[in-house]
Each structure stands twice: as structure tokens, then as C-alpha cells.
Design a protein. Structure first.
Length: 311
């Protein structure tokens, strides 16, 4: 009897994680599935993959298999399990419908297999990730939108191809950039009757002429004339939920942040709306404006760099 190297069959390292083993099996199972593969040895290869996955996906079977150690090399002829193997590992008796598996598997994990037609292993399709850009208003109010996306799929020969798919997507109220919308069953097709994977749409926001978004908070730069910043004023500020009167205190400076609570993205705890003041100087393009600036220079004892004179 020939030793079976299940790790080699799936093309993974012995230290591979459970997720890596699952991904490797799904990829190869799609390639060699008898319903789609034109490979001459597809059926036999598919059986070998199913047997390897049957062992390595099960933590107890995998641990027992690993106990064979380095003395049992892949391809060794005349292999026999160590004495009392099944009693030591606790395996033996039936393991469901594993008909079609090799004698190597049977000697390691016991007989008692069901007779009848061979069971074809099924596997859930891979989940696919894609990005979609939405308007800020869609996140604030919720919406249904249609998106045309390039979705990677496998053709009948198991080769990856990109296909355009148009999907109607419900955008939940309050969703943030970086969060994902899950569309069940819209991912890669399953193998052997297994369910399709999911499609995960990562949300990002389109550029907005007024606002920027950070997590659940919304920011807006508010331009002020020098006299508004110096003397104080009240300004109507446009927020996504409507205008708000904002009182600007005297001697306000560029960069000052003012918070309007609860006017950010909605949620159990709503985000806030931040106004960032930006003092804008009138351009000195005409004689009148230049004269005003000259009068200020000559009459005001003002040095904006006073704190830089440390010496």
C-alpha cells in the first residue's frame, strides 16, 4: 500500500492553517470537478482531493495523521500503520459515506464504509470583495442603488474570467466608509452542489464639494472675512440635515473647530458636524484695498510672529 501525502495533494505546507487548507481544496475542486473539467484524470484527481480534505479539515483526523511522523515518507511502498493505530487514535468503524477513498485512508481510520454510489464532495463558493462609491446623502438617508461590477467567475474549464454583473443594493442608513454590505449568494459558485459564496461590497464615499467624512463625523471648512473673525458674527451653516445658525465669537482664528452635536452620520450614537474656521483675506488688487491694508500696517501694533522671537 502506498503512503498518501495529503498535504502534497492539496498543495499546502504541513503547517498550513485550516483556512489555507479550505481555500486550496476549493480552488482545486473547482478545477477538477467532473462536471466542468476536461482533464483526462479529473475524476481520480477529484477523489484524491476529497480524501485529503476529509482528513485535513478535521482537527482530530489531521492530528492523528500527523502522528505518523517523518518515518512515513510520501510514496513509500508497503506502508502499514503502527500496531494498534486505530485503538490509539480512537478511530475505527464507520465514518459516513467515504466510499471510493483509498485503502490507505481505510487502514488509518477504519472500515465500516457505506456501499453504494460515490459521494461527490461539495464546497461553498469563495466570497468576493469589491468596492462601491456612494453619495453622502445615501449614507445619511439610506437608499437603493444599482451598481455594475466586474465579478471574477470561473468558466466551464475552471479558468478565471471577469463578468459584468448589475446588482441592486440596499444601502443602510448610517453606513461608514470602510464598512461592507454583504450580498448572500452573489459570490463565486459552489462546487458539487455547494452553496455560492457571498459578495462583500466595501463602501467608500464620493468626493463632496463641501464636506469631508471621518468615521461618523462630518467636517466643513467655513470661510470668514477678517472683520467677521475679529468682531464676531452669526452665520447660517449648511449641514446635510439643513441650515444651522452658528455664532462666531470675537477674535476667532483660522483652524478653530466648532462642533454641532448629532449632525454627522446617523446611528445609535450619531456622529457630529464640525465647522473649521478659515479666515480669508480680500485680495489687494485695487487701490482702495491696498490703502486700507497700508493704514492697518502703519496704525496697528500687531506682530503675528511675536511668539517666534524666542531669543
Amino acid at each position: 500500500m502506498e503512503y498518501k501525502d495529503y498535504y502534497k495533494t492539496l498543495g499546502v505546507e504541513r503547517k498550513a492553517s485550516a483556512d489555507e487548507i479550505k481555500r486550496a481544496y476549493r480552488k482545486l475542486a473547482r478545477k477538477y470537478h467532473p462536471d466542468v473539467s476536461k482533464e483526462a484524470n479529473a475524476t481520480d484527481k477529484f477523489k484524491e482531493l476529497g480524501e485529503a480534505y476529509e482528513v485535513l479539515k478535521d482537527p482530530e483526523k489531521r492530528e492523528a495523521y500527523n502522528q505518523l511522523g517523518s518515518n512515513w515518507k510520501a510514496g513509500q511502498q508497503g506502508f502499514q500503520p503502527p500496531p494498534g493505530w486505530q485503538q490509539q487514535t480512537g478511530f475505527g468503524g464507520g465514518h459516513g459515506d467515504t466510499s471510493g477513498f483509498s485503502s490507505f485512508f481505510e487502514d488509518l481510520f477504519g472500515g465500516g464504509f457505506q456501499s453504494g454510489p460515490q459521494r461527490q464532495h461539495s464546497a461553498r463558493g469563495e466570497s468576493i470583495r469589491a468596492r462601491v462609491s456612494i453619495d453622502l446623502d445615501d449614507a445619511i438617508n439610506g437608499a437603493s442603488r444599482s451598481f455594475s461590477l466586474q465579478i471574477p467567475e470561473l468558466d466551464p474549464q475552471g479558468r478565471p474570467v471577469n463578468k459584468i454583473r448589475t446588482l441592486k443594493v440596499k444601502i443602510p442608513k448610517g453606513i461608514r466608509a470602510g464598512q461592507s454590505i454583504r450580498l448572500q449568494g452573489q459570490g463565486s459558485a459552489g462546487v458539487g452542489g455547494g452553496p455560492n459564496g457571498d459578495l462583500l461590497l466595501e463602501v467608500q464615499f464620493k468626493a463632496h464639494p463641501l464636506y469631508t467624512i471621518e468615521e461618523k463625523d462630518i467636517y466643513m471648512n467655513l470661510p470668514l472675512a477678517p472683520w467677521e473673525a475679529a468682531l464676531g458674527t452669526t452665520i447660517e451653516v449648511p449641514t446635510p440635515a439643513g441650515k444651522v445658525s452658528l455664532k462666531i465669537s470675537e477674535d476667532s482664528q483660522t483652524g478653530k473647530k466648532m462642533r454641532i452635536k448629532g449632525r454627522g452620520l446617523p446611528g445609535k450614537i450619531a456622529g457630529d458636524f464640525y465647522v473649521v474656521l478659515q479666515v480669508v483675506l480680500p485680495p489687494a488688487k485695487d487701490e482702495k484695498t491696498r490703502k486700507l491694508y497700508e493704514e492697518m500696517r502703519d496704525s496697528l501694533e500687531f506682530n503675528p510672529r511675536k511668539k517666534l522671537n524666542l531669543a
